[in-house]
Design a binder for this molecule. Structure first.
Ligand code: FAD
Length: 471
């Protein structure tokens, strides 16, 4: 089958609403969120059903055409767009598969199609007096299929876990078009390998997730949110430990924020204001959820903060007095990605160490980067409650931005060497995609790389599904 035959068969299988062609129509699918990665495609396929996804995979497999799956296209590692060399490829967008198939309130589960926008799943749960905890800055546009394929983290991992921990079942279309129906939704099932977890975090290289059964939780009735200035990162980690103990371990979010990123948010994104009267170097945005009748939660948080202030860990703090104030605190956090866009392309690191070693990581990485790249602006923020820091370098004000980008590989090495020396991870939650592929192969053990390659070769022997990503 030549490419023209394959495209004709794809169009027939998808129907007139199921594909886009032509450079203009396809353009927004073929560039990533940061505008860093672009690639070609013969066609953008937009299947509306699992059977249509399966038909696409069968046709492409027979024709030897590569397939790049795409969700909301908010990934930060270039995984969701084709590589320039993938001229014989289609982009497969899940955006039309956006139905909530079922919500089982008594089972605390929801069954959704892969193209459901994360925020819509949160809303559907809320309307049924339930709670779906996965939450991240891109939740208005990322899709659950993308979240599962990247094993997304976000702000509530501390209490509820990563995407991996929130999934009870999957439906997956394999590279040859076979459909694996694993949507049982059981809490317990030890019948052989846990196949769903193979696909979670595999970034569209092993199969296309078309639907998922997700865990729901009781809706929090009491929410306490505090914006806190801390003495330094060590004080922040000590505060986390006290917050967990003092609230009965109901802390859901614990974000460390340095002054550099706050200044960028206030300068570059309208609608934000400093919650505290004075400038400080380090802050924490933390939140705790309570059940019905947990009216003492506010007292507990106040007591922890009060004692931490007496001990010099906390320098100032404000507890949200209303839902609007809580949203204003979170808006600051959510605008951090946008705020950096105005300053040139950052050299990003999405790293994790054990929670207790976050201060040590910062104490090593900040001076190492200052020495290696004088003038670079260093910003550090992120999910410190999980040991995950977004440690980014921005070009000096007025500096040569493209020369700065040329330093990326060298600076990645500086930061990642420290992380790996501390037993940490070079990609805590954003994944590997194209951006971190060489780094993965540099740092992972040969045994781990060989296992990944063996899995890929078994499921996708012709390397047609999202080629060049991860392995
Ligand atoms: C402002 C902002 C804030 C962010 N904050 C966070 C954060 O806090 N935590 C976090 O973890 N990430 C964060 N991200 C990164 C990103 O939102 C996540 O990686 C998200 O899970 C990607 O979902 P998506 O639907 O956009 O996937 P895409 O970007 O479309 O795809 C990501 C990868 O998954 C594959 N894929 C997509 N859908 C499927 C499918 N159905 N089946 C198989 N493979 C598929 C793609 O091929 C690609 O490799 C943030 C991004 C932005 C822009």
């Amino acid at each position: 089958m030549d490419d023209q035959d394959a495209i004709s068969r794809l169009k027939a299988a998808l129907g007139p609403k199921g594909f886009l062609e032509g450079a203009d129509a396809m353009a927004r699918y073929l560039v990533d969120w940061r505008g860093l990665y672009r690639g070609p495609a013969l066609l953008v396929a937009r299947p509306a059903t699992t059977q249509e996804v399966s038909a696409c995979m069968r046709i492409c497999s027979e024709a030897g055409i590569a397939v790049v799956p795409q969700g909301g296209n908010t990934g930060l590692v270039g995984g969701s767009v084709p590589r320039p060399e993938d001229a014989r490829c289609i982009l497969l967008s899940l955006d039309r598969m956006n139905t909530v198939r079922r919500l089982d309130a008594l089972d605390f589960t929801i069954t959704v199609e892969a193209g459901c926008i994360l925020q819509n799943i949160q809303r559907a749960a809320d309307e049924a007096d339930r709670f779906f905890p996965l939450s991240l800055g891109a939740e208005g546009s990322c899709q659950i299929g993308g979240n599962l394929s990247t094993n997304a983290g976000g702000i509530q991992v501390l209490r509820y876990g990563m995407a991996r921990d929130l999934v009870l079942g999957l439906e997956v279309v394999l590279p040859d078009g076979e459909v694996w129906d694993g949507l049982g939704g059981l809490r317990k099932d030890n019948t052989g390998y846990d196949l769903k977890q193979l696909f979670v975090g595999s970034e569209g290289t092993l199969g296309i997730i078309t639907a998922a059964v997700l865990k729901l939780f009781p809706k929090p009735r009491v929410i306490e949110t505090a914006f806190v200035a801390v003495r330094d990162p060590a004080a922040a980690i000590e505060l986390l430990s006290r917050m967990r103990a003092g609230t009965g371990d109901v802390v859901t979010a614990f974000e460390l924020i340095d002054r550099g990123i706050l200044d960028l948010v206030f300068a570059n994104v309208p609608g934000n204001a400093d919650p505290l009267a004075q400038r400080h170097d380090w802050y924490v945005l933390t939140e705790a959820f309570g059940a019905e009748g947990s009216s003492g939660l506010r007292d507990a948080v106040e007591q922890v903060l009060g004692r931490a202030m007496e001990d010099g860990l906390v320098l100032d703090a404000v507890l949200a007095a209303s839902g609007a104030q809580r949203q204003a605190f979170w808006k600051i956090r959510e605008d951090m990605a946008d705020a950096q866009k105005h300053e040139g392309v950052p050299i990003r690191h999405d790293v994790a160490v054990t929670v207790s070693r976050v201060p040590e990581f910062l104490a090593r990485a900040i001076p190492a980067c200052r020495d290696a790249l004088p003038g670079a602006r260093i910003i550090a923020f992120g999910h410190a409650g999980d040991g995950n820091i977004h440690f980014n370098l921005l070009p000096p004000r007025g500096g040569d931005k493209s020369a700065f980008q040329g330093e990326m590989a060298r600076m990645n090495r500086v930061v990642h060497d420290i992380v790996v020396d501390m037993g940490g991870s070079i990609s805590a939650e954003h994944g590997i995609g194209r951006l971190r592929r060489d780094e993965l192969h540099h740092y992972k053990s040969p045994v781990a790389i060989a296992l990944m390659r063996a899995l890929k070769a078994t499921l996708d022997p012709r390397n047609l599904l999202n080629p060049g990503k991860i392995v």
